[in-house]
Design a protein around this ligand. Structure first.
Ligand code: FE2
Ligand code: FE2
Length: 263
């Protein structure tokens, strides 16, 4: 993806605002910008798939897009929503990016668990942009293999650390945009160190490898339904519907479902 440096920097408040951001905030801002740009290229006719991206332009930072005022209320969800329903009605601009990421994992013959981790790795950006990997791991933990939620969590601290063994290089983009190398926050350094020495390390590393290929504006449109079987095997869909199964994270799914409910 071709990022126009000036346009991007202006979208997060210009040089003055950038100077005040931590390296981690800058990394988040850049990732979300690319995800949104990609989502914008989706035809607006597909509800929830980038049609409201214009709103994101005005609120490029802070909490997820579901919690920022939308020009139109979000559409209703089915009574017992499935993960696929959330893809189609709530995940919005992030969906295209993760679908590309998962497709790349399929095409390069990676394990189904990795394919699924790629499919969900960034969808929490709608809920909460800051530390989206950590939020995502928590959101999915009750429904997936622990290696999947682990991968979602640690793709975030790993993404700016190279690993030659799998051909993962330090993303040039960060330096090109900000003019300095990424200097991770202490907790990111600590979590990278922890993950690097963990037996699940590759689970998260492979997500970052597929991430690199998943910002292609010219790629064909991929439907979530292509992953129905993968989801069926990798995700324990609660019978009552997400948000209504009394799990420790049911409230998070409900918040995504009803972001406009009064406090
Ligand atoms: Fe991410
Ligand atoms: Fe990503």
């Amino acid at each position: 993806m071709n990022i126009e440096r000036r346009k991007f920097l202006a979208s997060i408040g210009g040089a003055g605002a950038v100077a005040a951001l931590s390296h981690e905030d800058r990394a988040e801002a850049l990732e979300h910008y690319m995800t949104r740009q990609l989502g914008r290229t989706v035809p607006a006719a597909q509800p929830g798939r980038g049609g409201q991206a214009g709103q994101d332009e005005r609120s490029p930072r802070g909490t997820g897009r579901l919690f920022t005022p939308q020009p139109e209320p979000w559409g209703p969800m089915p009574e017992r929503p499935t993960l696929i329903d959330f893809f189609n009605h709530r995940f919005g601009a992030t969906a295209r990016h993760v679908l590309q990421s998962a497709t790349h994992a399929v095409e390069t013959g990676q394990p189904e668990r990795t394919v699924f981790a790629c499919l969900i790795h960034d969808v929490t950006q709608g809920l909460m942009r800051v530390d989206h990997g950590y939020w995502g791991a928590q959101l999915f933990a009750p429904y997936v293999d622990e290696r999947v939620s682990w991968a979602v969590k640690y793709h975030q601290p790993l993404r700016f650390f190279p690993d030659e063994s799998v051909g993962y290089e330090y993303p040039e983009m960060y330096n090109r945009i900000y003019g300095v190398d990424y200097e991770p926050d202490e907790y990111i350094k600590a979590d990278h160190e922890f993950a690097r020495n963990h037996r699940y390390y590759m689970e998260a590393r492979l997500v970052t490898v597929n991430d690199q290929y998943a910002f292609d504006e010219n790629a064909r449109e991929i439907e979530i339904e292509e992953f129905t079987d993968v989801i069926g095997r990798q995700f324990r869909q609660p019978r009552e519907g997400l948000g209504f199964d009394n799990s420790p994270v049911a409230h998070m799914w409900r918040s995504m479902m009803f972001p406009d409910n009064p406090l």
